[in-house]
Write a new protein. Structure first.
Length: 648
C-alpha cells in the first residue's frame, strides 16, 4: 500500500491542510509543535477511526479524540486519505465526530463505494489490525525510563507475538495470573481472607446505610433549596416588581410634595393679596358712594359747570345787593343830615365794608369751589383705581383657581401614592416623613430578607455539595460490596473446588508451556533470522545474531558470547526494537506490503546508526519519517538517496 495524499480538513490545529506523499522516502520536517504527531495520529485515525473515551479516560492524555478536536471549528472533525493498493486507487473519508461518525471508501477508478462489514479496514488490507499497525509499521521512540525496563518491554512484546501473533492477548500476564491463582489456592490463608472479607462486607453494609441516610438528607435539602429559590423568585414577580417600582418613585413624589408646598405657600400669599385688594375695592366703592351722595349724583364734568355759573351769579348778586344797601344807607345819611359830606363819609366805610364782604364772600366761594374740584379729581382717580383693582382682582382669582387646581392635582397624586404604604387623612410634612420612613424600612426589610434567603440558599447548596462529595466518595461502595460478597462466595466455593482448580491450572500452565515451545520452533526461527539480518545491518555488523530461547529470553551473540538484553544500552535496544518491527511487519503483513512510519524514532541513535537505519529502509516501497532534526536530511543526501522533503 502507498499513501498518496492526506487532507486534514478539520483535525487538531490544521484546517484544509493537504500533503502529497510519494513512493520511497518522505521526510516531513517540523520543529516542536509544528504538527508532526498530529499528522501521524491522523493517518492512524483514517485507518482505524478515533473513539471518544468515557469516564476518567476522557480526562487523561490517552483521550486522542479530545486532544485533536479542531481548534477553531469543533463542529467538524475529519478528513481524507488517498491510497494506492494492488493496482487500484482508493479514497478513505472519515468524520470522527462522536455524534456524526462516517466512514467511506471510494474506488477512485470506478467511483464505486466499497462496503466493509463493521467498517473494518482489514477487509481491504488483510492482516492489518490496529494492534499490528501500532506495533509494526508505525514506530515511535520507546519511552523507557531505564535500560532494564526497556528490555522487559521488548521481551514481553516478542513473547506475546510468538504465542498469539497479536498483542491483544498478553500471554505473560496470563501465565502470571495463573501462577498467582495457583499460589492463592495452595495457600492456607482462606480463613484469614474470609475473615477480612467479612469485615469489609460488614463495613460496606454500614456504609450503605450511611448512603441511605445521606440520600434522604440530600432529598430534604434539595426540597428546601427548591422552596427557598421559589420564595427568592417571588421577589421578582409582578407584584414585587410593582412594589419596587412604587418605592423607586419616592424621589419624584418628594419633589412633587416640595412643589405642592411651594404652591400652597404661593396660594396663601395670593389669598392675602386678594383680601387686601377686596378691602381696597370696598374702601374705593364706599368713597365713590359717599361722594355721589354728597353731590346729589352730580359727579360728572357736565354737571359741574352749571353749578359753577349759578354760584358765580349768586356771588355777583350778593355784591350788587351790598352796593344797593350801601347806596341806600348813604342816601339816608345825607337825607337825615342834609349834608353830602356826611353822606360821603358814611359811603366810604360802607363801600369799604361792602368790598370787604364781597371779597370775603368771593374768597369763600373760591375755596368751596377749589374743594369741590379736588374732591372731583379724587373721585375720578378713585373710579379708575377701582376699575383697575377689579381687573387685577379678576386676574388674581383666575390665578388662584389655577393654583388650587394644581394643588389639588398634586395633593391627589401624592395621597394616592401614599395609600400604597400608609393611611393618612391629610397631606402634611409629618405624613410625608412617615411615608419616607415606611419606604426606607420596607427597603431595608426586603434587602435583609433577600440577603437572608440568599444566605440560606448558599448554606443549603453548601450542605448539598458536602453530601454529594460524601456520596461521590461512596459511589463505588455498592460495587465493592457486591464484589466482596461475590468474592466471599467464590472463596467459599473454591474451598470446595480447590483440588480441581489446582489441577486445572497445572494443566493450563503445562499446555501453554508446550505451545510456547512448539511455536518457538516455528515462528521463533523465522523471527531470529529476520531480526538478526536487520540488526546486523543497522549496527554495521556489530551484532549479527539474535537468539530467542524456548523461555522467550532474547540474547545477542557478540564475540561468541550471549549477552542478555538488559545489559545493552538503550540505543542498542531501540535498534533491536526497530529490527523487530520490520521483521514482524513482513511476517504478519507480507514483505514490504505497507508503508513504514517513523515519528522521531531515531532519537537514541548516534549518527552512524541513523545512516545505517536509513540505508536499511531505503529500498522499501514507502517510508514516512517525521523528524524535528536536520540530520536525516543531511544523511539521505550523503547516502545519495532520493526523498520527498516536506516542511511543516
Amino acid at each position: 500500500m502507498i499513501i498518496k495524499r492526506l487532507k486534514l480538513e478539520y483535525f487538531g490545529k490544521f484546517q484544509d491542510k493537504e500533503i502529497e506523499l510519494l513512493p520511497g522516502i518522505n521526510l516531513l520536517y517540523g520543529e516542536n509543535e509544528a504538527g508532526k504527531s498530529t499528522i501521524h495520529t491522523f493517518i492512524r485515525g483514517m485507518l482505524f477511526g478515533i473513539d471518544r473515551l468515557r469516564g476518567r479516560g476522557s480526562r487523561s492524555k490517552e483521550d486522542i479524540y479530545s486532544r485533536y478536536l479542531p481548534w477553531d471549528y469543533p463542529g467538524a472533525y475529519g478528513g481524507q486519505m488517498d491510497i494506492f493498493l494492488e493496482g487500484k486507487n482508493y479514497r478513505i473519508e472519515r468524520s470522527f465526530l462522536a455524534n456524526d461518525k462516517r466512514f467511506t471508501i471510494l474506488d477512485m477508478d470506478t467511483g464505486r463505494e466499497l462496503k466493509l462489514e463493521e467498517e473494518d479496514i482489514c477487509q481491504l488490507i488483510p492482516g492489518l489490525t490496529e494492534s499490528t499497525y501500532r506495533n509494526t509499521i508505525s514506530s515511535q521512540q520507546l519511552r523507557a525510563e531505564t535500560d532494564a525496563e526497556l528490555a522487559n518491554q521488548v521481551a514481553n512484546y516478542i513473547a506475546n507475538l510468538s504465542i498469539s501473533k497479536s498483542r491483544e492477548v498478553n500471554v505473560d500476564k496470563a501465565i502470571s495470573s495463573l501462577k498467582n491463582q495457583k499460589k492463592v489456592l495452595e495457600s492456607t490463608a482462606y480463613t484469614s481472607k474470609l475473615k477480612e472479607l467479612s469485615v469489609q462486607i460488614e463495613e460496606g453494609e454500614a456504609r450503605e446505610k450511611e448512603i441511605e441516610v445521606l440520600l434522604e438528607g440530600l432529598k430534604e435539602l434539595e426540597a428546601l433549596e427548591k422552596r427557598l429559590k421559589e420564595k427568592r423568585a417571588s421577589y421578582n414577580n409582578e407584584k414585587s416588581q410593582r412594589l419596587d417600582s412604587l418605592m423607586g418613585q419616592l424621589p419624584a413624589i418628594l419633589e412633587r410634595f416640595r412643589t405642592h408646598q411651594g404652591l400652597v405657600s404661593h396660594n396663601e400669599e395670593l389669598e392675602n393679596q386678594i383680601g387686601e385688594l377686596n378691602n381696597k375695592i370696598s374702601s374705593l366703592k364706599k368713597f365713590c358712594k359717599e361722594f355721589e351722595n354728597k353731590n346729589n349724583g352730580s359727579y360728572g364734568q357736565d354737571r359741574y359747570e352749571p353749578n359753577q355759573q349759578q354760584k358765580e351769579n349768586k356771588t355777583w348778586s350778593k355784591g350788587l345787593l351790598y352796593i344797593v344797601i350801601s347806596t341806600i344807607i348813604v342816601l339816608l345819611a345825607s337825607y337825615v343830615t342834609k349834608s353830602l359830606l356826611v353822606g360821603g363819609m358814611v359811603l366810604i366805610p360802607v363801600l369799604i365794608l361792602a368790598i370787604i364782604l364781597y371779597n370775603s364772600n368771593k374768597k369763600n366761594h373760591q375755596l368751596v369751589l377749589s374743594e369741590q374740584i379736588r374732591g372731583q379729581e379724587e373721585y375720578l382717580k378713585a373710579t379708575v383705581t377701582l376699575e383697575n383693582s377689579r381687573e387685577h382682582l379678576s386676574k388674581l382669582l383666575d390665578r388662584r383657581k389655577q393654583l388650587e387646581d394644581d394643588i389639588d392635582e398634586l395633593h391627589d397624586t401624592i395621597m394616592i401614592y401614599m395609600q400604597n404604604f400608609i393611611i393618612e387623612d391629610q397631606l402634611t410634612v409629618e405624613a410625608v416623613g412617615r411615608l419616607k420612613e415606611c419606604i426606607n424600612n420596607k427597603k431595608e426589610i426586603m434587602a435583609r430578607e433577600e440577603e437572608d434567603l440568599d444566605s440560606q440558599i448558599r448554606d443549603c447548596q453548601r450542605n448539598i455539595y458536602n453530601i454529594e462529595m460524601k456520596l461521590s466518595a461512596l459511589e463505588d461502595n455498592e460495587r465493592e460490596l457486591i464484589k466482596n460478597k461475590d468474592l466471599y462466595a467464590d472463596i467459599m466455593q473454591k474451598q470446595e473446588e480447590n483440588k480441581n482448580e489446582i489441577e486445572a491450572i497445572n494443566l493450563a500452565l503445562n499446555t501453554i508451556n508446550e505451545l510456547a515451545i512448539n511455536i518457538h520452533d516455528d515462528f521463533g526461527v523465522q523471527l531470529n533470522h529476520g531480526v538478526s539480518d536487520i540488526i546486523g545491518k543497522v549496527t554495521s555488523g556489530r551484532y549479527r545474531d539474535l537468539k530467542i530461547d524456548e523461555k522467550l529470553n532474547m540474547k545477542l551473540v557478540w564475540n561468541d558470547k550471549l549477552i542478555m538484553l538488559n545489559n545493552l544500552s538503550a540505543g542498542t535496544i531501540d535498534q533491536l526494537y526497530f529490527s523487530l518491527r520490520l521483521t514482524v511487519a513482513d511476517l504478519l503483513l507480507g514483505k514490504d506490503s505497507m508503508p513504514l512510519i517513523f515519528d522521531d524514532s531515531f532519537a537514541l541513535y548516534d549518527n552512524k546508526r541513523v545512516k545505517a537505519a536509513l540505508a536499511q529502509i531505503a529500498s522499501r516501497s514507502q517510508v514516512i519519517i517525521f523528524t524535528c532534526q536536520s540530520r536525516e536530511k543531511k544523511f539521505l543526501e550523503e547516502l545519495g538517496l532520493s526523498y520527498n522533503y516536506i516542511k511543516l
